[in-house]
Write a protein that binds this ligand. Structure first.
Ligand code: ZN
Ligand code: ZN
Ligand code: ZN
Length: 350
């Protein structure tokens, strides 16, 4: 093995310094470096993420023909991915670049932010196909929509998005204005998908997003609730408590998910966030009995306290979120947050 690794070291040492980092990044997106476990990208799509033309991408891989299968032409690269000739090269890279997975969080987020930077906002007009203005680098490769959704999912899933938002990084904030909250093809993200991370990694981010007017205030009385119920995206129910063991009477009274008494959408373990403990459950598509409480709360607010303020966010394609914060009526030490998806106007009626 030592002999083999010495051989791989020699091959890697032939790669010019000026292209080394680009080569490493390309191998990340191509799924050769230890990055994530999802479906691997074809070479052309991996290169598009990094805004690399075929010339640049092939230049980066030039010294690696002896260890990698590289799709022979740019046309082949639209369908085919890069492969290792021998698994030992992948093991070698995993060993040599043991910090790669962590480093890739940053590379993936930077790439996603750069992709969304190309999308301009047209005032308050939402464009159902905001990806159309993306510029591609690869010939005969229509992947604009995939890049837009991939970049949006990456920004939502990255553990670094919260801290960049809180530090008011302008490119990140611009990306938050034009991305979509809509999830398609989670297997297709270049990192582990976890779409609530941009709002839950550091929960004070919601306050910052309100200040920056990425989130807009709205009165519950003016919401079209059908746009929420008919969105068929994930609903998140969170509560913040002073102590990890603290349980709201509302939580104890939780409705079970089905007739068998199982809870399909379990509360996750409480996590310490600042001075509070965060406990969350996710209800996919909001289509479960355990989502009734949330629905009732919102309908009650609309009927009885219509001037209650909620935060709304509209992504670049018209999809969005509604965030409703309130203090637990049974225990003032507990605060609730409902993060609810919202379809574009008229969506359910089409
Ligand atoms: Zn492409
Ligand atoms: Zn969707
Ligand atoms: Zn449920």
């Amino acid at each position: 093995m030592a002999q083999l690794y010495a051989l791989y070291d020699r091959i890697m040492s032939c790669i010019p310094k000026r292209t080394f980092l680009s080569m490493v990044n390309l191998l990340y997106f191509a799924g050769i470096l230890p990055s994530w476990d999802n479906d691997r990208y074809a070479l052309a799509f991996a290169a598009e993420w990094l805004h690399m033309t075929p010339e640049i991408a092939y230049g980066c891989l030039h010294h690696l023909h002896s260890v990698l299968y590289i799709p022979p032409t740019p046309e082949d690269a639209v369908e085919e991915s890069v492969e290792v000739h021998h698994k030992s090269f992948k093991d070698y890279l995993a060993k040599r670049y043991s910090g790669a997975k962590e480093e890739f969080e940053k590379v993936a987020l930077d790439a996603a932010v750069a992709i969304l930077k190309e999308i301009s906002q047209k005032g308050n007009v939402t464009d159902p196909q905001p990806w159309e203005c993306l510029m591609l680098c690869w010939p005969n490769h229509d992947c604009k929509e995939g890049l837009y959704y991939g970049a949006s999912g990456t920004i939502q899933s990255s553990k670094l998005t919260c801290s960049r938002t809180i530090s008011r990084d302008s490119d990140t904030i611009q990306a938050l204005r034009v991305m979509t909250p809509c999830k398609i093809g989670l297997d297709y993200l270049p990192l582990e998908s976890s779409l609530d991370t941009w709002l839950t990694e550091d929960v004070t981010v919601v306050h910052v997003l309100k200040e920056l007017q990425v989130f807009q205030p709205a009165q519950v009385g003016n919401l079209d609730l059908d746009r929420i119920w008919e969105s068929w995206e994930d609903f998140h129910v969170l509560y913040f408590s002073k102590y990890p063991s603290q349980v709201s009477p509302r939580t104890q009274a939780q409705i079970v998910c089905n007739d068998y008494g199982d809870c399909v959408h379990e509360w996750e373990t409480s996590i310490k966030k600042g001075n509070h403990y965060l406990t969350m459950r996710t209800i996919p598509w909001g289509q479960c009995r355990c989502c009734e409480r949330l629905k009732n709360d919102l309908m009650n607010a609309q009927a009885n306290t219509p001037d209650t303020i909620v935060a709304t966010w509209t992504g670049g394609d018209g999809w969005g979120l509604v965030i409703y914060d309130f203090v637990d009526p049974d225990n003032q030490e507990i605060e609730w947050r409902y993060i609810m998806p919202c379809a574009p106007p008229g969506y359910g009626c089409l």
